[in-house]
Design a protein around this ligand. Structure first.
Ligand SMILES: Nc1ncnc2c1ncn2[C@@H]1O[C@H](COP(=O)(O)OP(=O)(O)OP(=O)(O)O)[C@@H](O)[C@H]1O
Ligand SMILES: [Mg+2]
Length: 369
């Protein structure tokens, strides 16, 4: 890790003394009647990798573009390393923000060599400094020997690394990556992801990447901001996001989840079609929706069981068993590779650990007297 200095504060310093790499406050952006971004608040700690996760059209790219200065918000404030770059009458142009950007299509110049692509954003440096910086950036992404090639003579994964090297070469405060892996085929994507994470960590680089792939967000990011319809629903580390989703949307969008209706049976107890379950948080509402994760659902053969096996999808390393319960609802159970259940079999259902429950908006509580 870099030694503590004004440019590279160590992670051990108290958070209060170090401004986050990026702060967004109350960002709004409309396109005509479309509300693309609606009151987005976001803080990105220095040296961290944050994912902006959400379905298509939820405003992820619009947020990145506003941070980069390529688009102007209708309201709100953006600070990079403690300096206001947007808002309060300030509008710092993109090239003065010290932000690197990697676009989905990499946007490499096809007629320039790899080295000249990487050198492109390096202004105000002597020739020798610039050459050194290019070599450093190419070494960082593992392409030290390919500086003379044209981008068209590179694989997709290599082009992706050139784009990353170009973004890193000016030593930006912040790197923004918009769907950086979506152009790669599935086999390559996993290795390139890991490489990119290692490169960013090695450079102690703060970065924000956009994805609509929840697995990608969970496996790569230190923190994930989940967006829907222009709003941030939750910002948390992957485990908190998965085990303590703040909203029903987050519960369903991040990981696999089946929902069942529940009725409060105690402060931490809920009655459901599959029996009484313990809840992770205290229940206030009478009617709730309970989240069941497939890996938490245990099935045991039982002729008197509450469920019936209706489908089995076998994947080798595991299997997904669909069970129909009392109200016709289907629940999924993820189990190991042993095929010990069959279709039509009755099973008893048990849930490992406490469940998450949300107050059910569709069945409002009785109005207070
Ligand atoms: N320049 C524009 N003009 C008009 N509408 C726009 C413009 N840019 C974005 N939008 C709209 O704003 C909303 C958010 O778009 P944005 O590109 O930020 O979504 P996204 O989350 O990046 O989606 P995707 O995952 O598909 O890339 C969408 O409804 C989109 O159609
Ligand atoms: Mg987008």
């Amino acid at each position: 890790m870099a030694a503590a200095s004004p440019e590279h504060p160590s992670r051990e310093e108290p958070a209060s003394e170090v401004a986050p790499a990026l702060v967004c406050r109350g960002l709004d952006k409309r396109f005509g009647a479309t509300v693309a971004v609606d009151g987005v608040d976001l803080e990105v700690p220095r040296g961290s990798l944050t994912a902006l996760l959400g379905p298509s059209g939820c405003g992820k790219t619009t947020v990145l573009r506003m941070v980069a200065g390529l688009s102007t918000p209708d309201a709100g404030r953006i600070e990079i390393d403690g300096r206001i770059v947007t808002g309060r009458g300030v509008a710092v142009p993109p090239e003065k923000r010290n932000v690197g950007m990697v676009f989905q299509d990499y946007a490499l110049f096809p007629h320039l060599t790899v080295a000249r692509n990487v050198a492109y954003g390096l202004t105000g440096l002597s020739r020798s400094r610039r050459r050194a910086r290019v070599a450093e950036a190419l070494a960082l992404v593992g392409l030290a020997d390919l500086g003379h090639r044209l981008p068209t003579a590179l694989s997709g994964g290599q082009q992706q690394r050139v784009a990353l090297a170009r973004a890193l070469a000016p030593q930006p405060d912040l790197v923004l990556l918009d769907e950086p892996f979506s152009n790669l085929d599935a086999a390559l994507r996993t290795t390139v992801r890991e490489d990119v994470r290692a490169i960013l960590h090695a450079a102690d680089q703060t970065a924000v990447f956009v994805t609509h792939d929840q697995e990608e967000a969970l496996s790569l990011a230190d923190r994930v901001a989940v967006m829907r319809d222009g709003r941030v629903h939750q910002v948390a580390d992957p485990q908190t996001l998965y085990t303590r989703p703040a909203t029903r949307f987050v519960a369903e969008f991040v990981g696999e989840a089946d929902l069942v209706a529940g009725r409060r049976a105690g402060r931490y107890l809920v009655d459901t079609p599959i029996g009484r379950l313990a809840t992770a948080q205290a229940l206030d509402a009478e009617q709730v929706t309970v989240v069941i994760r497939p890996e938490a659902l245990r099935l045991r053969p039982d002729p008197q069981g509450a469920g019936e096996v209706v489908a089995i999808s076998y994947f080798g390393h595991d299997q997904l068993v669909q069970v129909e319960v009392a109200d016709g609802r289907l629940l999924r159970a993820r189990r190991g590779p042993r095929l010990d259940l069959e279709r039509g079999q009755r099973v008893r259902l048990e849930v490992d650990g406490p469940v998450i429950a949300f107050a059910d908006a569709r069945q409002p509580e009785p109005a207070a007297a």
